[in-house]
Design a protein around this ligand. Structure first.
Ligand code: NAD
Ligand code: TYD
Length: 356
């Protein structure tokens, strides 16, 4: 393996997983190259999430506000920073939003990924010391019944506009490898949770609503199952793949941690009540069954034996530890929640970072 891994373009690095990945590289993995964070700063992105990176890391870090669908912007970043590695997180990521407005998902997830691939192909012609790593989801595999797991070879069967757009992008990434020889790796992960997640996804939304005394909306019968992965474990999996995986390979990354939504909610209510001093009975009384999500996938569960066997990756945290850390983080970071929900910080970004 002669990968350079020295000038890394992270797309969507102002979003939930991207922020945690950049922190992981600087604060835990000992990375001492350069990271360029290209992010359009949609409702879900907040570059201020990295504002406290210590001065030592700041010399190695640049933020560029820009759209991955804009070819000129992507080309300029490749030229300005001599990019040798691309880690692609940028996406529209919320299933409910994809049901209400699918177009943005096709644009960013399909056209944006295409633009990045095509620029990488032109700029990296013939090189084998470079890598395009694409972050995808287990939702491309469809929905499981009561038994079975998604494996790397499970046929694709996406069912929401979100998962269909991610599946399209996965196919394009593999097509660029097979057709043009672009060095790529790909990972499909399960539901992430942890600090810096926009409070529209299940865990942060429920934490916030518990803290604010609001209703806790449970879709359908609350018996859908997800496999929860702590975001820092996901970050370490990606870093492992960048360093060790063969070009052309795909790995599933999961928490091996399946929970029915209602059971998860019960656990979360206990942690929030214990840490916030709120009444557990009052929180329990806020559970509200609401209309089910159209086409709601029943169960996701990942088999991640391959990344453990081939690359030696392991999850580091138990679910109890991960949930405790997550609730602690939200309790201590209500200003971040207010800021990202209000979109106020975007005015500051508009003044300081004109979109390219
Ligand atoms: P997120 O919604 O929190 O962040 C997405 C980021 O991408 C934001 O900072 C946003 O500003 C940026 N972005 C959106 N459109 C852009 C564009 N056109 N150009 C540049 N930047 C743009 O998402 P996340 O939860 O951090 O997810 C990151 C990746 O991981 C996505 O590709 C998602 O599909 C995948 N994934 C997420 C999960 C999960 O549980 N969150 C699970 C599996 C896979
Ligand atoms: P979500 O966090 O949106 O992730 P995904 O749909 O991509 O897996 O939802 C996780 C599960 O929680 C899913 O079964 C839908 C359910 N859910 C609710 O019951 N209520 C909510 O308010 C939300 C956001 C999700």
């Amino acid at each position: 393996m002669n990968r350079k891994l020295s000038s890394i373009l992270v797309t969507g690095g102002a979003g939930f997983i991207g922020v945690n990945f950049i922190r992981h590289l600087f604060e835990r993995a000992g990375f001492d190259g350069r990271i360029v964070n290209l992010d359009a700063v949609t409702y879900a992105g907040n570059p201020a999430s990295l504002a406290d990176l210590s001065a030592g890391y700041k010399r190695h870090y640049d933020f560029v506000r820009g759209d991955i669908c804009d070819r000129g912007t992507v080309e300029k970043v490749f030229e300005d920073y001599q990019i040798d590695t691309l880690v692609h997180f940028a996406a529209e990521s919320h299933v409910d939003r994809s049901i209400l407005g699918p177009e943005a998902f096709v644009r960013t997830n399909v056209m944006g990924t295409f633009t990045l691939l095509d620029v990488a192909r032109m700029k990296w012609k013939g090189r084998d010391d470079v890598l395009f790593h694409h972050i995808s989801t287990d939702e491309v595999f469809g929905s499981l019944g009561e038994t079975g797991y998604f494996h790397e070879a499970t046929p694709y069967d996406p069912r929401s506009p979100y998962s269909a757009s991610k599946a399209s992008s996965d196919h394009l990434v593999r097509a660029y490898h097979h057709t043009y020889g672009l060095p790529i790796t790909l990972s499909n992960c399960s539901n992430n949770y942890g600090p810096y997640q926009f409070p529209e996804k299940l865990i942060p939304l429920m934490i916030q609503n518990m803290l604010e005394g609001k209703a806790l909306p449970v879709y359908g019968d609350g018996r859908n199952i997800r496999d929860w992965l702590y975001v820092e474990d996901h970050a370490s999996a990606i870093w492992t793949i960048l360093g060790r995986a063969e070009s052309g390979s795909s790995y599933n990354v999961g928490g091996e941690n399946e929970w029915e939504n209602l059971r998860l909610l019960e656990k979360l209510m206990e942690v929030v009540a214990a840490k916030s001093g709120k009444s557990l009975d009052a929180i329990r009384g806020s559970i509200t069954y609401v209309k089910d999500r159209p086409g709601h996938d029943r169960r996701y569960a990942i088999n991640c034996d391959a990344i453990k066997r081939d690359l030696g990756w392991r999850q580091a945290l138990t679910f109890d530890e991960g949930l405790e850390r997550t609730v602690d983080w939200y309790l201590s970071n209500q200003a971040w929640v207010d800021s990202i929900r209000s979109g106020e910080y975007q005015k500051w970004i508009d003044m300081n970072y004109a979109a390219r």
